[in-house]
Design a protein around this ligand. Structure first.
Ligand code: HEM
Length: 312
């Protein structure tokens, strides 16, 4: 039978949990995605611009945050020198007792316009690895599913960041925020390191060990005391897609609102271990868009969380 290199018609959360295990093996008690990572903690200080413009309690006052930096994929020993996506999870612990969460990547786009395209790519990667499909099947897949190709191209075009704290992170999906005047802003969030992006040199990519990011994170905080990121909301126009995470908005031509500063002052503890960084856990005043990838994530994270807590 001819192998099928097309995107599947359907993609469920369980399909993803299965393909992550096929690609990365069974790792009981560990996250099924972004398996390798490190906790961090700090605070979020809202900007006065955000306080005036938005009604959400996210911006009421300075709040504690718990974070996790990670390598994409289900391998708990993932090579940190790889030109692969990295992630950040952030939990804002609001004064009113509610939570707000972010989970973003170091790429400004996702590998697919919908879960089906992403699942098809992951399944094909497994087939190619196992010799069940020729390596050039990926080019055929991208010809039929061009939206799945952009993230890999973007990653190949640059070295990964030198530290977890010298990378920008992107929310990728579209969200909506209630303004103080009763309107809605359509936005995508991004976290920009205050001291700028720093990438690995080619030499470092050859000489560093496969695990260096946690050491560098701990050293950075010990040396500098704290690390700062600007949390920015890029405001979309009617021209910008709300439901397609493979498309990057033209940020240079858009209004960018500095909504606050994220400060990281500790790392390598256990604070993030009990957290499921579900990106649909949003504080009052912020809503998810109709992005089908965002919608699917909650179920996948819940399955992974349940398995992790029950040592599966
Ligand atoms: C169909 C699409 C996706 C699936 C099936 C998926 C699945 C998963 C799973 C199962 C986990 C582990 C969750 C846990 O055990 O706590 C995870 C973690 C993560 N994902 Fe996704 N994901 C998808 C898309 C995305 C996208 C679009 C982003 C970024 C915008 C993203 C960012 C992250 C991050 C940062 C983590 C690590 C969270 C942590 O540190 O606990 N994922 N993903």
């Amino acid at each position: 039978q001819e192998p099928n290199y097309q995107a599947p018609e359907q993609a469920t959360a369980t399909d993803f949990i299965e393909i992550f295990e096929t690609l990365s093996g069974k790792h009981p008690g560990i996250r099924k995605g972004h398996a390798r990572g490190v906790c961090a903690a700090g605070s979020f200080t809202p900007s006065s611009v955000a306080q005036e413009r938005y009604s959400s309690p996210i911006f009421d006052t300075k709040v504690p945050v718990v974070l996790r930096f990670s390598m994409g994929g289900g391998n708990p020993n993932a090579d940190e020198r790889a030109k692969a996506p990295r992630g950040i999870g952030v939990q804002f612990q609001l004064a009113n007792g509610s939570l707000h969460q972010l989970a973003g990547l170091t790429t400004p786009m996702f590998a697919g316009k919908n879960p089906e395209q992403f699942l098809g790519l992951l399944r094909l990667n497994a087939q190619i690895r196992d010799g069940e499909a020729p390596a050039d099947a990926r080019a055929n897949y991208f010809a039929a599913n061009p939206e799945a190709a952009g993230q890999g191209q973007w990653l190949q075009q640059r070295n990964p960041a030198a530290e977890y704290t010298s990378a920008s992170y992107y929310g990728i999906h579209t969200f909506f925020a209630d303004t103080a005047t009763g309107k809605k802003d359509k936005f995508r969030w991004q976290l920009i390191p205050a001291t700028g992006e720093v990438l690995l040199t080619d030499e470092e990519r050859e000489t560093l060990p496969a695990d260096f990011l946690t050491d560098r994170l701990v050293e950075r905080i010990n040396t500098d005391g704290a690390v700062h990121y600007y949390l920015q909301w890029v405001i979309g126009t009617d021209a910008d897609a709300t439901n397609d995470p493979s498309v990057v908005w033209p940020v240079e031509q858009r209004e960018v609102v500095n909504v606050g500063t994220l400060t990281i002052s500790g790392a390598n503890g256990e604070q993030c271990t009990p957290i499921n960084f579900d990106p649909n856990l949003l504080a009052q005043g912020v809503q998810a868009s109709d992005d089908p990838v965002l919608a699917l994530r909650s179920a996948a994270y819940a399955i992974s969380f349940g398995k992790r807590l029950s040592q599966q």
